[in-house]
Design a protein around this ligand. Structure first.
Ligand SMILES: Nc1ncnc2c1ncn2[C@@H]1O[C@H](COP(=O)(O)OP(=O)(O)OP(=O)(O)O)[C@@H](O)[C@H]1O
Length: 280
């Protein structure tokens, strides 16, 4: 998906979200990013010269060997971490601190045990001071969208792992963030539940339309969900290659696995990651 367009004389002056020259700014931009951690015992360069442009509404999967800086990259976009060098922009605006216009889903759902599913989702609204009635309507909408109907009043210990991750996804989407960051969200689930969650995430994404950055260790998950897959090198992590998956937006899971575009993308990623591990 390309968001580039030319400015004509009749168009209004660029506003927020537009780069100079009238081009629509990418939803997420990393430019020359480097991250170095200093600890008592050692210095680690986690990311080096990372550049990436993500268009609004695009779904990006990030794969790479353990420790190559994938989680670090998401933290930069969320503004939870500042780069040592380079810059990170959201919608054209430099990220200078924690951002409120993002949603974050982690590997563990991290739900509050003493709150029902609905009240866990509504935590997002409480923290942001959103109007309660509208937030409740939105929560119920998301509950239906993610197939949690009938479980809204259940407590986390009464929910399966997949259901807990659905609650975490609803919580991350409650405030309609333009950017959704997901860090191995289905890593702890069994294979079948994971496939089901992939199908649901594909549908939810089509219905809600956020820009998504998903970190995953699963090549099929990356190829099934993403428009483009970013393959990273071992630490210091940098972008080795970006693969366009080239599948239609609406994807049946089983049928997608058989498609030549899927096989080609998955094969290429496997080769890239394989050659990486062979040299390390
Ligand atoms: N706060 C920190 N202080 C020091 N070092 C850190 C910190 N956070 C991350 N690192 C180091 O930076 C590197 C990248 O970590 P990161 O968690 O981003 O990798 P990752 O690709 O997400 O790994 P994995 O796939 O295993 O989850 C690692 O070597 C890690 O030890």
């Amino acid at each position: 998906m390309t968001m580039e367009r030319r400015t004509t004389a009749s168009e209004p002056a660029p506003t927020a979200g537009q780069a100079p020259g009238g081009r629509v700014a990418p939803a997420v931009r990393l430019d020359g990013v480097r991250v170095r951690f200093h600890t008592k015992t050692r210095d680690v360069t986690a990311l080096s010269e990372v550049g990436l442009d993500v268009a609004a509404g695009e779904f990006i999967a990030i794969v790479g060997p353990s420790g190559c800086g994938k989680s670090t990259l998401l933290k930069l976009v969320a503004g939870l971490l500042a780069p040592t060098a380079g810059e990170v922009r959201l919608n054209g605006e430099r990220v200078r601190g924690p951002r409120h216009d993002i949603g974050y889903v982690f590997q563990r759902a991290a739900l509050l045990e003493w709150r029902s599913a609905r009240r866990n989702i509504l935590l997002q609204a409480e923290m942001r001071g959103l109007p309660p009635a509208a937030a409740r309507r939105r929560a119920d909408e998301l509950i239906t969208m993610t197939g949690l109907d009938g479980f809204a009043d259940a407590y986390p210990h009464e929910l399966s792992g997949g259901m807990q991750q659905r609650v975490a996804l609803c919580r991350a989407l409650l405030h309609k963030p333009p950017v959704l960051l997901m860090d191995e969200p289905f890593g702890a689930l069994d294979a079948l539940t994971r496939e089901q969650m992939n199908t649901e995430l594909n549908r939810v994404r089509r219905e809600t339309g956020p820009t998504v950055l998903l970190v995953t260790h699963s090549i099929p998950e990356a190829c099934y969900l993403a428009d483009r897959v970013v393959v990273m090198s071992p630490r210091p992590g940098t972008v080795t290659e970006i693969i366009e998956v080239g599948l239609p937006a609406e994807r049946d899971y089983t049928e997608t696995m058989e498609r030549p575009e899927f096989r080609e993308a998955a094969g290429r990623i496997r080769t890239l990651l394989g050659s990486v591990s062979a040299h390390h």
